[in-house]
Design a protein around this ligand. Sequence first.
Ligand code: ACO
Length: 332
Amino acid sequence: MRDNNGVFISGTGSYAPSKTLTNCDLARMVDTSDQWIINRTGIRERRIAGTEEKTSTMGSLASAAAIKAAGIHKDDIDLVLVATLTPDMFFPSTACLVQTQLGLRQVTSFDVGAACSGFIFALEIASNMMKNGNFRHALVIGSEKLSSILDWEDRKTCVLFGDGAGAVVLSSQDRLGYEVIDSYTASDGSQPKLLHMPGGGSACPATPESLGQGRHFLKMQGQKVFKVAVRFMEQSVRKMLDRHGLIPEDIDLFIPHQANLRIIEALARSIKAPKEKFFVNLDRWGNTSAASIPIALDEASRKNRLQSGDYVLLVAFGAGLTWGSTLLKWKY
Ligand code: ACO
């Protein structure tokens, strides 16, 4: 076991499918409009994976970019976690598929299911596994093909989501990048129907009837989800700030889950932080669930707007319900 207990994000990467679906494209498919979607969500377009693109292949491409950015060899990776609610299949895990697609050694690989908060949960699990000294470099991936579980006739949901992947290399050595300072995660399973996919699991296996009833599509009670999203994201921010004796002014960049611009603005108002401090890219991506934070982190890193010592706070909310935050400190 090693003495150094620090864990660092030493490289980031992301992958966007080439097909773009605009709000105007959607207006030709369902009864909606570009203006309604922009006003109610802030989303202008999203990426849609092709039939050959899977959650695993998108995750692998994002990971290859993160490995390159970290300046390590793929054989240095000894742990793979994939956060997703759209795995390629129930089993084997998408992480195992990524492991073989990247040609990695026979390393520990498994999936984490916490919906849109999945990346925060996976980061916490991987960080703690690394702190015991048994792992040196982990891939933590958020990858989603949400287009595969959307009802393309339901305007209340199909306009909100998109596909894509983001990944980070987590390293146990003191390296350039983000130091993972702390994580907070929590869940409340008492209202599963706020946001769920009823069919396909052991409770409701696939049958011709379940297919006909549309039970294999994502279902959401949007307004209720909106309210709890703001409440639990605020709680996640406050919890992390209180733990470290920080105030919102001390945070240089907030990277929130990219579900809806109005949720992000409500969060900024509730913690009294300027909205300019909140990274936003949902206008180009829509909600990519577990992939949204690692994609945003990759874009923020590549914009070079951070200075050594800056605090970055990741904050997410998702089905489950699940929520949480991760405090990072930028070093270079
Ligand atoms: N185009 C046009 N009209 C629409 C559309 C659409 N795409 N969707 C709904 N409407 C209509 C509704 O039918 C309704 O019409 P009515 O008043 O005649 O019945 C009207 O617009 C208002 O609908 P609301 O649902 O009240 O609209 P709201 O302002 O709440 O916005 C939205 C809906 C965008 C879904 C919002 O509630 C939201 O963002 N909720 C949170 C969603 C979220 O963040 N989910 C992700 C969670 S993370 C995870 O784990 C996946």
